[in-house]
Design a protein around this ligand. Sequence first.
Ligand code: GRG
Length: 292
Amino acid sequence: MDIKKYLKDRKTLIDEALDQYLPKEDEYPPLIHQAMRYSLFAGGKRIRPILALASTETVGGKIDDVLPAACAIELIHTYSLIHDDLPSLDNDDLRRGKPTSHKKFSEAIAILSGDALLTYAFWLIAAKTKEKSLIPHIVKEIAASSGTLGMIGGQTVDILSSGKFVDSPTLEYIHTHKTGALIRACLRTGCILGGGSREELKKLSKFGKYIGLAFQIADDILDITGDEEEMGKRSGADLAAKKITYPAIYGLSESREKAKNLIEKGISLLDEFGQRAAPLREIARFIGERSY
Ligand code: GRG
């Protein structure tokens, strides 16, 4: 399959759905809706919702059934980027190739816009998911993965560890929670809404854990080797902030090897799904080799 075309087509589908779901720019009070849309449509890869859709297809489900929840995950991801860029966190000026939300609007509006995207995500799941009986299950999955047992937990330990020596289990905790938990939730959400079995859910969760960790290792590597223009953000930020990263502990070539092994382990879990898992296999390879 042509993975580049697949990712481009799926991104268009997600962007159109997000545009439909989100309040329009002129909806009162307009400034907050402009800020939400500004960050959301600044040009993300949409890899998380694309993974949720591909997970649904892997278990034989329909992508329309997962579209609201997949878009909700992208809203949560965008909120996390807005808050991560704030002066009190990473203090970044550039995101997705554009001035960060607090630079474009103000710190107050950036905080509110992140809050608004997070709360809107759960409204979207509750209001638009077709299979109503599955809503509590999906809310539980996504809330857990983005809260203190997932993304916020990882981010907290990341901040507390900055500039200190950390052991490899702590490093793995940071990466599997800060970034991996939401990616794993994409796989689980897609599987649950696609009608997957318990056994399929177990396999796809494990796949999500492996590729989620590989995604953040790749991000650490790109912070050193990546092209700023292609990535749409500053490189070298981790080093400047004395962040704990895989290359800082293992070096570049061992980090690359670790990411590659995780991708291979993940792909080997997909054997029983046959051709239906072709997109997931290719997305996993893309994550391992990505340059942005
Ligand atoms: C301040 C309330 C408060 C919360 C902060 C910021 C945060 C909690 C958690 C976020 C952790 C974080 C930013 C992890 C990094 C994840 C990551 C690798 C982001 C880049 O994702 P891509 O490459 O970006 O998918 P695009 O732009 O393509 O969507």
